[in-house]
Design a protein around this ligand. Structure first.
Ligand code: ATP
Length: 893
């Protein structure tokens, strides 16, 4: 078995690996990359093979009904109905062409979607770090890995720093593997034992590393495992599945009607066997809604294109549908609700709260100066091209020093860092150890972090230049100051230090972050994003509940939540902390979940509990996330929302939608689009199915009454003209005005809910009824004496009515419940063109002498056209009145 063979790359030393792929630690040259891209092709797993246009075209004829129709037409040709047969075949071919067009369009949009969500990789080329699309990697590329990255190709690692990678997609083992550099030569080693390699599509969960690409695309380990490829298969959306089911039910029903029409028609004896057969089959072909799945896909796909323009990149098609039914939007605070642009506002030393701007003139000797140095010592900000680069919380601290005429680079050069414990959002602390004088005999441990966490580890306090023991009373006073700042929406960080003589042997939190000397607080403001308050209000009016999730202090979180309108200032409950959440059992939390809108001091693992609790209440939950630890919550949510700017590749990979601008209001915009897409699909379905019902009804009654019946070409032509253009154009309708004033439609709703099923039935009956009425009028009040001419007129008028009434009805379908007489009536340009094109095609078959003979119809007089058009207008008026009553009834509810 080839995949059990030990990959050669695992046995190479790091130097050998670089030589083997002809690379070097500074990376490939651009030239080499280009040549290799040609040689090795894309670094991508082969997805589903794209079908050619010709294959799509022939696939259109695989439908049994179509084959039967063609066979019948050929038989007709031999029995003397040559022209009929040719026209039927032409219409069938035209139908297939439109089918291909629809499918190709849907496929295009889906491909564009995949293109947009392609992951990135960080590489070293020509000695410079750059970000490239992962599918552009070639063997020999040097890839830089850090926590949150998805490994973009198979790598032989050449440098690691606490690197851990989770490889469950390949090995099934969910515990991350510690990576190292020594070659693995044991021939019995499995994939999971190859700790010197990193595999494509696995997730970096901790640490850093560098590796050289040894295999790309289908040559990688995942590329070789055939089963993995199925993942690229498109999933059907629940809507598409529902539709497929409905399609089957309708097919059976329509076939039954077609058989009845055929049998009764034969008994009546007005038509030849072949003609009657053709009519019955044409009816089946026209009435079976085979175009519906394509229309749904196109509408969904066009929706995603529009959403992408509005900064919401949908990664999976079903997400569009789910978005529209969102009940809960749980959002991170920093960066999504706020701007993540921190500024130091307040400095607290010696128990005094000072305005940051007023603290100029501090010297390195006093406590203000001491605090200012701690801000720099414990800080990962880099200066690149005179720009501060790093976490905004930290860049703000450096900026504070710059504003006070301290040069951070000079200061840090004099006090280099020798050890550290990185920040993590569980501990909410960060520690560094720096050299404090040139003799190198004194080191400082400096710790910064959340005040509540840091104060637990403090034993002394520095105040007015003196160090004294920390008392419970002092601690209480400090926590009170912290509270006073937090309620003003400030993020408060606490700072402490401890001199030591040697670097601690174990850099663990327990060993190092203890016995500290408290020095002061800094209060920072992170302004809200200006558009968020409006978006929160819009979400609420749409019956959607926004939740805030944050690592920040409860008071800070509440203050911002109140400003944004997420909770009311008087709301005493509303806020819960991670610690309080930990104290609740699943059952208790599930009972109380509806009370809380703000989750403070929470860690990523709490997010999964929040999602689960709401889902148990039957709610559709959208949840944001950016870190590698957020992936489980993003997957658990109905809509995982990733961050395009600050998000890690792993979190984006776990998301259904990625926000290009990290902005909360974009989620609300996407929900609005999702609702619109769903509504438009409902409109298209209502339009198409009621039209089909109208056709079936007309033919059925005509047969039963022993009247002349519409010919196969009539039915097929109407179906072609009215099915294709208006239905697709309805998918492009703009959103109705009140779309964000309605409650979410609920998890169990489908496209026939909300009165659509009933509408299909009565509107179908109405279309058929009006057509039959026009036919009956033409027979009963003839304008000619010649009986043949009277019949020809009646049939032509029935044909014209059945076709035109559908075009009029397309206008009705612009709004399922609302009146169509609004400013939006002619807003949809594509729709206007579609109706015009359909009208011309229909009218041409009747009005052009000679041509109309092919369709077995005659020209109509102005008066006759007037009757036909009146039926169309009646269709609009009657449906408007019914809608009015429906609205009145629902208001009374
Ligand atoms: P949100 O959860 O709203 O997006 P966040 O992601 O910034 O906010 P965390 O990063 O988990 O939240 O931060 C939690 C707390 O940890 C902060 O309130 C702050 O007190 C502290 N903190 C944040 N960044 C640092 C840092 N770089 N060094 C030390 N402490 C920090």
């Amino acid at each position: 078995m080839s995949q059990n063979k030990l990959p050669q790359a695992a046995q190479w030393t790091t130097d050998r690996a670089l030589k083997q792929v002809n690379s070097q630690p500074t990376g490939l040259s651009n030239q080499a990359v280009q040549t290799r891209q040609q040689q090795y092709g894309e670094n991508a797993l082969a997805g589903k093979r794209q079908t050619s246009l010709l294959e799509k075209f022939t696939a259109q004829f695989k439908d049994l009904m179509i084959i039967v129709l063609i066979v019948a037409a050929i038989i007709a040709a031999f029995t003397g109905e040559g022209i009929d047969a040719i026209i039927i075949l032409l219409v069938v071919v035209l139908n297939a062409v439109f089918g291909v067009f629809q499918e190709a369009k849907a496929e295009q949009a889906i491909n564009a979607l995949q293109e947009m969500s392609a992951p990135n990789a960080h590489v070293l080329r020509n000695g410079a770090t750059m970000t490239v699309k992962s599918d552009e990697l070639v063997p020999g590329d040097i890839v830089l890995l850090e926590a949150g990255d998805i490994v973009p190709a198979d790598l032989r690692l050449i440098e690691v720093a606490s690197l851990q990678i989770e490889e469950s997609a390949l090995t099934g083992e969910s515990v991350p593997v510690d990576k190292q550099l020594a070659p693995i030569t044991d021939p019995s080693a499995g994939l999971g034992d190859l700790s010197d390699l990193a595999f494509m599509n696995s997730n970096v969960t901790y640490g850093r590393g560098t590796g050289v690409v040894v295999a790309t695309g289908m040559q990688t380990q995942v590329g070789r495992i055939a089963g993995m490829l199925d993942r690229t298969q498109e999933r059907k959306t629940p809507l598409q599945e529902n539709l497929a089911h409905l399609g089957k039910v309708l097919t059976v029903l329509i076939l039954v009607v077609a058989v009845i029409v055929f049998v009764v028609g034969m008994i009546r004896g007005n038509e030849t066997l072949v003609n009657m057969l053709l009519t019955a089959i044409s009816l089946a072909v026209a009435a079976i809604p085979e175009g519906l799945p394509a229309i749904v896909t196109i509408t969904l796909a066009l929706g995603t294109t529009r959403m992408a323009r509005l900064n919401a990149l949908v990664r999976r098609l079903p997400a569009v549908e789910t978005l529209g039914s969102t009940d809960i939007i749980a959002s991170d605070k920093t960066g999504t609700l706020t701007q993540n642009k921190m500024t130091v506002e307040k400095v607290i030393v010696d128990g005094d709260v000072l305005d940051a701007k007023q603290t100029a003139g501090a010297t390195s000797e006093d406590d203000q100066g001491l605090l200012a140095s701690l801000l720099l010592l414990n800080n990962d900000t880099k200066t690149i091209d005179d720009q501060l680069v790093g976490d905004p919380t930290e860049t703000a601290l450096v900026q504070y020093n710059i504003d006070h005429q301290v040069n951070p680079e000079d200061f840090l050069a004099a006090h280099p860092r020798v050890a550290e414990i990185p920040f993590d959002s569980e501990r909410k602390l960060m520690t560094t150890v720096n050299q404090m004088n040139e003799a190198n005999d004194q080191l400082w441990v400096t710790v910064k972090g959340a005040p509540d966490e840091l104060l637990k580890r403090v034993t002394r306090i520095q105040s007015n230049g003196e160090i004294s023991p920390m008392t419970d009373q002092l601690r209480e006073q400090l926590l009170t100051i912290n509270h006073q700042l937090a309620v003003q929406a400030l993020r408060v960080l606490a700072f402490a230090y401890r001199p030591v003589t040697t670097i601690p042997a174990e850099m663990t939190s327990k060993q190092v972050e203890q016995d500290l000397i408290f020095t002061g607080f800094v209060g920072m403001i992170d302004p809200e994003r200006p558009e968020v308050a409006g978006a929160v209000a819009e979400a609420k009016s749409a019956g959607i509940r926004p939740l805030m999730i944050t690592g920040d202090h409860a008071d800070t979180a509440k203050a911002i939540a109140v400003r944004l309108g997420i909770i009311d200032a008087n709301d005493q409950a509303g806020v819960i902390t991670g610690a309080q959440l930990d104290a609740l059992s699943e059952a208790e939390f599930s009972d109380q979940v509806e009370q809380y809108s703000v989750y403070a001091r929470v860690a990523p693992e709490h997010k999964v509990r929040i999602v689960n609790a709401w889902q148990q209440k039957g709610k559709v939950v959208a949840m944001t996330g950016d870190g590698v630890n957020d992936a489980p919550a993003l997957k658990a949510a109905d809509i995982g929302v990733g961050m395009g700017i600050t998000g890690t590749e792993v979190s984006k990979g776990a998301s259904d939608m990625v926000l290009a601008d990290d902005n909360f209001s974009t989620i609300v915009v996407a929900v609005r689009e999702g609702r619109k897409v769903f509504a438009n699909i409902q409109k298209a379905i209502q339009y198409l199915l009621s039209a089909n019902l109208g056709e079936v009804l007309t033919l059925f009654v005509m047969t039963m009454m022993g009247w002349q019946i519409l010919a196969p070409v009539h039915i097929l032509w109407i179906n072609l003209v009215t099915d294709t253009f208006p239905a697709i154009a309805l998918g492009l309708e703009p959103a109705e005005k009140n779309i964000m004033q309605q409650k979410p439609r609920g998890r169990s709703s489908n496209f026939l809910s909300g009165g659509v099923f009933g509408n299909i039935i009565y509107q179908g009956l109405l279309e058929g009824g009006l057509t039959l009425l026009v036919y009956w009028l033409a027979l009963t009040f003839p304008v000619h004496a010649n009986a043949t001419q009277v019949h020809a007129d009646a049939l032509t008028m029935a044909f014209a009515t059945l076709g035109l009434i559908q075009l009029f009805h397309a206008f009705n379908s612009k709004s399922i419940h609302g009146t169509i007489f609004t400013a939006q009536l002619f807003k949809n340009r594509a729709f206007n063109w579609a109706i015009l094109a359909a009208f011309i095609l229909l009218a041409a078959t009747i009005a052009i002498p000679g041509f109309n003979g092919l369709f077995h119809v005659t020209t109509l007089s102005g008066f006759q056209w007037l009757i036909v058009l009146s039926a169309g207008v009646a269709m609009i008026l009657i449906v408007e009145v019914v809608k009015l009553f429906q609205r009145m009834a629902s208001r009374r509810h």
